[in-house]
Design a protein around this ligand. Structure first.
Ligand SMILES: C[S@@+](CC[C@H](N)C(=O)[O-])C[C@H]1O[C@@H](n2cnc3c(N)ncnc32)[C@H](O)[C@@H]1O
Length: 209
């Protein structure tokens, strides 16, 4: 198998029972960014019964697979790296030689983290950590791409932890995740995510009235 960074596959194993607007924006961002970097993106383990949102159906760069990752890579598990917040070793630029496939849990983040990545850990893939702070799935893929594709060590990537997002002039909300920090000091998020967070927060606020 090749070890060049452009031949890598990113696979998100969808583990939530539903696929709501947050996951849709995250998966669309992963699909666009993977295509731009020349890598393949597979969304696996999507039940046949789950109707994919139209935004995702129309994305040619998203390879949908109803099978689980174990079945897809049953012949060569050793080239698959599970990005695992509980792994003993951090992902490093040298891992470009060791792995061809990078596997992530398609799980919405939770606070405190419930360690649902353990569902994939049980399958026996080699794990690597991306530092001690929980990231959103799209951030975890973005950070992995920086390390593997751009060969930037984990500790040289600019981050922003637990950013405070302004919802309106009365309210703000703190996100319990680590993000990549952009040149303006803002967290890098999927297109449309800020609007969705504002909408969800205002809805929550309205429910209290
Ligand atoms: C939102 S996180 C889910 C974390 C979580 N609360 C859990 O239950 O495991 C989604 C995925 O991103 C990846 N991920 C997020 N933060 C990570 C970290 N610090 N190190 C390694 N992988 C991470 C993992 O693949 C994880 O399954």
């Amino acid at each position: 198998m090749e070890s060049s960074s452009s031949s890598k596959t990113y696979i998100v194993e969808h583990l939530d029972p539903e696929l709501g607007p947050w996951s849709t924006l995250e998966y669309a961002a992963i699909a666009h960014e993977s295509a731009a970097a020349g890598s393949k993106f597979i969304l696996s383990s999507v039940p046949e019964s789950l109707k994919l949102p139209s935004t995702l159906q129309s994305l040619p760069s998203l390879h949908l697979d109803h099978r689980g990752v174990e079945e897809i890579y049953s012949n060569d598990k050793s080239r698959v790296c599970l990005l695992d917040p509980a792994a003993g070793e951090e992902l490093s630029p040298h891992d470009v030689e060791t792995f061809d496939v990078f596997l992530f849990g398609g799980i919405l983040g939770d606070d405190p983290p419930r360690d649902r990545t353990s569902e994939l850990r049980k399958k026996g893939f080699t794990g690597r950590r991306l530092g001690p702070v929980q990231m959103t799935t799209d951030t975890a893929v973005r950070v992995t791409r920086c390390v593997i594709h751009e060969q930037i060590p984990l500790d040289k990537i600019p981050y922003i932890d637990h950013p405070e997002l302004v919802i309106n002039k009365h309210e703000s909300t703190q996100m319990p995740f680590r993000y990549i920090r952009d040149e303006k000091g803002k967290p890098v998020m999927p297109r449309g995510m800020m609007e969705l967070i504002k909408k969800d927060s205002e809805k929550g606020f309205q429910d209290l009235l």
